[in-house]
Design a protein around this ligand. Structure first.
Ligand SMILES: *Cc1c(COP(=O)(O)O)cnc(C)c1O
Length: 437
């Protein structure tokens, strides 16, 4: 039995979000190694979690050191050195207004859930504003403040108001998209959503699972001004696009805003589970024992996170991501001339999206083709998944250490996959059992 078949026989499908029969036995840098000894060029890096690629020596060394003399398994009932050092480090890299206290968790979900509860409890304001298409997590409390259509059956928080995320490609360009989204927000605050009842506005600086949508350049500055005027806290969910990926340390820096609370996850642990929420002390110290799980503040994971932050800084990986990302984006834009399926190429640094459409005029989402391109690319040795409220955006969040050569190779494979799909060489039946999202 293949590794993938064994996986199907043993593991619950409830946590599967599969696109093709990927099965790894190892990994090195930007490559995964499968059970047939194939080397797969990984443009997802496990949704950006393997931020330094697979088996990065600095992460390995940090984990080895932490395990050689393990400072417990948790920080619930006692301080441990790696967790404290990580918190100090995070406080030093966020804007002053957010540099109060750090909450450590396991995942973007638990961190966003905690923040959503804390802002309401600490401010006494019951409402939260978030964006349509937003993905803030997969737990009850994080789904409650999300707007992604795959969670349509999830219970949203009673105090949640979802507003449109401006999409320049689909909403008539930057200016039109921004004006429409802003007037929507202003109308809400002038009527049905009294601003004095709103604790916080959750935003993704780039809406990744919603389709790697880059908002109009000025949009968040305007949103920030409204929030400041009404005393609404701004929560930046940097879980997927933060920590160097976009070419800046924080994705929100591209838009000139300063959030009150910043949530980190995915790439923070370099492949190990750890998340963090950083914000003002009155919020983050709302009350003791308000939100914890047993091995939160785990010293092994915290050590890995410190190694990730050190490596990003010492090796200038934000700049590197900007540089390789520009190369990758240029090559993808070049592909657009050869493949009518590509409607839009967008993103910043190494957070890129390629939106597939069946008609460039109507922009009709090419969902089935996206599934087939991802499948075919996998057969040809490239790992990438698709996202978006219409499931038609190929997403690239590779290792921050991706090289120019690897980026070039990835686009060659993608070119080949796009051609095979356009020419009808990929069977619908192949992707039918991988109905992703
Ligand atoms: C993935 C993601 C989350 C949830 O993180 P998990 O580690 O899956 O819990 C939250 N917000 C954003 C923007 C994400 O991309």
């Amino acid at each position: 039995m293949s590794l993938y078949e064994r996986d199907q026989q043993a593991l619950s499908s409830m946590s599967f979000l599969r696109f093709f029969p990927q099965a790894a036995v190892g990994g090195e840098g930007a490559y995964l190694i499968d059970d047939q000894d194939r080397r797969l060029l990984d443009l997802s890096a496990s949704w950006g979690a393997a931020s330094l690629g697979h088996s990065h020596p600095a992460v390995r060394a940090a984990v080895d050191r932490a395990l050689a003399s393990q400072a417990g398994a948790s920080h619930l009932s006692g301080a441990n050195l790696p967790a404290v050092a990580l918190a100090e480090r995070l406080l030093s890299i966020v804007p002053q207004r957010a540099a109060g206290r750090v909450w450590l968790g396991h995942s973007g979900s638990d961190a966003n859930e905690t923040v959503a509860r804390a802002v309401v409890a600490a401010t006494g304001r019951a409402r939260i504003i978030a964006f349509q298409g937003a993905y803030h997590g997969g737990t009850v409390g994080s789904m409650a403040v999300s707007g992604h259509p795959t969670q349509a059956s999830a219970q949203r928080s009673a105090g949640l108001t979802l507003i449109p995320y401006p999409n320049p490609y689909r909403d008539g360009g930057e200016n039109h998209a921004m004006a429409a989204a802003l007037s929507d927000l202003e109308d809400l605050l002038a009527g049905p959503v009294p601003p004095g009842e709103v604790a916080a506005l959750f935003l993704e600086p780039i809406q990744s699972d919603g389709g790697m949508v880059v908002p109009p350049q000025e949009f968040f500055r305007q949103v920030e001004a409204l929030c400041r005027h009404h005393g609404i806290l701004i929560v930046a969910d940097e879980v997927k696009v933060g920590l160097g990926r976009t070419g800046r340390l924080h994705a929100f820096q591209h838009f000139g805003i300063e959030p009150d609370i910043i949530v980190f996850g995915k790439g923070l642990g370099g492949g190990l589970p750890i998340s963090a929420a950083v914000g003002p002390t009155p919020i983050m110290n709302h009350s003791a024992a308000f939100s914890f799980q047993t091995v939160h503040g785990n010293p092994v994971c915290a050590s890995a996170a410190l190694a990730v932050l050190d490596t990003i800084e010492e090796q200038g990986l934000a700049l590197h991501a900007a540089d390789v990302g520009e190369h990758l984006k240029n090559l993808l834009t070049g592909l657009q001339n050869r493949h009518s399926l590509i409607g839009d190429v967008r993103g910043k640094g190494l957070a890129l999206g390629v939106e597939l459409v069946s008609d460039r005029e109507t922009k009709s989402p090419a969902k089935q083709q996206a599934a087939k391109v991802a499948y075919r690319a996998f057969e040809l040795g490239l790992v990438l998944y698709y996202v978006g409220i219409n499931s038609n955006v190929l997403e690239m969040t590779p290792s921050l250490l991706l090289t120019h050569e690897e980026a070039t190779r990835a686009v060659e494979i993608l070119d080949h996959a796009l051609m095979d799909v356009a020419e009808g060489r990929v069977d619908d039946a192949l992707v039918a059992r991988f109905a992703g999202w």
